[in-house]
Write a protein that binds this ligand. Structure first.
Ligand code: 1DF
Ligand code: MN
Length: 351
């Protein structure tokens, strides 16, 4: 520690944390049911088999914190100087559920509960809605309800839905609704689908340590390379964890993408209006959830633009006060630091 953490802007900026998770008990209960009846994928068994049943200190604390949308969470925010939290239903949300009516019911009730908490604490909580991509038309309606009735500022989708990716035409209603409502999509990680997870799981690399980022970075790349931002030039997509490694790869991605387009090696790989780096600078936003690391933050600011990098804690998964102190202490102009902690989130979430 080098200084005390207080809310209220004593360092010249408010801290807005942009990838903060909550859960509802009924969602956790469904995960446990799916693990028990054998219908859960390997990733859910690994992730929620751990958090929802482990007696370890980490798992117990995270479960308690996830389920609280009131005093406990506010006290934790106060203790770490977090002025506002942008909250979303934890990963993988209702996306793994096979019963689509059940999925929609749980997402609706989670959205209603979140909206209530935001209404009760309007200066502290901001909501991003949950959808059930299994039913894209319903999800589009729920995006509209979130924006027009619940006060939500975007939606979060937890990467793949049962091994399917949002670049499929099937999911187009979701993008149409987001663009109509002028709201961002936050693509949050999930454990990789069974088609991808085996060698990661074997080595303990399936979760937040690596599998999350690889799978989510690929998801965003699939959307970019299908031309989602040529189709919807105003669309903004957010990803956490410092861009899920894509910023560091940009040179190679663009070189190989352009080589692939020129040689017509893949039918799907069509010419785009911009380079991949170009889209990262006009349509992608990153947060530093889980990556309290000054060099990575500065690198992203350099390659994407200072207005495209935002602060996130990833509460309760990475509730670490020292990381907030470290971010406060970054060697960065006061103006840029305020963008990072506060004004970029205000701008892109339209707070
Ligand atoms: C973990 C990390 C879990 C993140 C999460 O949701 C999550 C974890 C289930 O450490 O298991 O959102 N994260 O974003 O880094
Ligand atoms: Mn997260």
């Amino acid at each position: 520690m080098t200084h005390d953490l207080k809310t209220g802007g004593d360092r010249g900026y408010m801290r807005i944390a942009t990838e903060e998770a909550f859960a509802t008990q009924e969602l956790i209960d469904v995960y446990l049911r799916m693990i028990r009846d054998g219908s859960a994928d390997k990733g859910m068994v690994s992730l929620w088999g751990f958090y929802a049943t482990s007696p370890s200190e980490r798992a117990m604390q995270i479960m308690e914190r996830l389920l609280d949308l009131g005093d406990r969470r506010l006290a934790d925010m106060d203790a770490t100087g977090i002025d506002k939290a942008i909250l979303a239903l934890t990963s993988p949300g209702v996306q793994p559920l096979f019963d689509v009516e059940e999925a929609k019911g749980i997402a609706t009730r989670a959205n209603d509960m979140l909206a209530q908490a935001c209404e009760k604490h309007p200066n502290r909580f901001i909501g991003m809605g949950a959808v059930a991509p299994q039913d894209p038309e319903w999800s589009a309606q729920e995006i509209r309800r979130g924006a027009m009735e619940l006060g939500f500022k975007g939606i979060q989708i937890n990467s793949h839905t049962q091994g399917r990716y949002l670049d499929e035409e099937f999911y187009d209603p979701i993008f149409r609704a987001l663009v109509d409502m002028d709201q961002p999509l936050y693509i949050h990680p999930a454990t990789p689908p069974d088609s991808m997870i085996a060698p990661m799981l074997e080595a303990g690399l399936d979760g937040a340590i690596f599998g999350f980022g690889v799978e989510t970075g690929m998801h965003l790349l699939r959307l970019i390379t299908i031309g989602i931002f040529d189709k919807y030039p105003s669309l903004q997509i957010m990803v956490g964890h410092m861009g899920e490694a894509l910023p560091y790869w940009l040179y190679r991605l663009d070189y190989m993408h352009q080589a692939g387009v020129r040689s017509q090696r893949y039918e799907r790989m069509k010419p785009l209006k911009k380079s991949i780096a170009g889209y990262m600078q006009s349509n992608v936003l990153v947060t530093n959830s889980g990556m309290a690391w000054e060099p990575a933050i500065k690198f992203c600011q350099q390659v994407m633009g200072e207005d495209r990098v935002m602060y996130a804690m990833d509460y309760p998964y990475q509730y670490v006060a020292q990381e907030v102190v470290d971010m406060d202490s970054m060697d960065m102009s006061a103006e840029t630091k305020k963008m990072f902690f506060q004004t970029n989130a205000e701008k892109w979430f339209k707070l």
